[in-house]
Design a protein around this ligand. Structure first.
Ligand SMILES: [Zn+2]
Length: 166
């Protein structure tokens, strides 16, 4: 299992146990190279899904990869790993039961963003910033506006929306 932080493949399993509802097995892992800690989940795959990428290439859907990008967005956020795990399971189930054999990477990103928005605002912005690439500053303002009404209008009144970086 590749480390999501430094891409090393030398990682160790520290602990392994079933989730609350026994729909998955959670493994805590440690990266030997950078010391990074992350968690992986093993779950039943209902069906093979093919992802149609923006480049037009196709690749098999990889729930672990999805889970990793979500963990990176949630890094150091005070969110219960059980809730994260349920969220990932939900997104994967939605995709698997959508009836489509091919799903675009945009559709996946959209579902993850919707799920993250409910889970943790900061993680949502992090994920969205990677996913949407924020080619335009207006994208970022739009996302912040969606997040909470109180920062859509004013600029810097709360010192919270640090969007001024050049
Ligand atoms: Zn590492």
């Amino acid at each position: 299992m590749r480390c999501p932080f430094c891409s090393s493949t030398t990682t160790q399993v520290k602990d392994s146990r079933p989730s609350e509802d026994h729909s998955s097995i959670r493994r805590r892992r440690n990266c030997v190279d950078c010391g990074g800690r992350f968690t992986t989940f093993e779950r039943v795959q209902l069906r093979e899904i093919v992802v149609l990428k923006r480049s037009g290439r196709r690749a098999p859907f990889d729930p672990d990869k999805l889970s990793r990008s979500i963990s990176i967005a949630l890094r150091k956020r005070p969110v219960d790993p059980e809730r994260v795990e349920r969220m990932v399971t939900d997104v994967v189930r939605q995709l698997e039961t959508s009836g489509e054999s091919e799903i675009t990477s945009d559709q996946i990103g959209q579902r993850v963003m919707e799920a993250l928005k409910e889970l943790d605002g900061v993680a949502y912005v992090r994920f969205a910033s990677v996913y949407k690439n924020f080619r335009e500053a207006s994208d970022f303002r739009e996302v912040l506006g969606e997040l909470s009404g109180d920062i859509s209008g004013g600029s810097g009144t709360r010192g919270r929306a640090d969007t001024s970086g050049t």
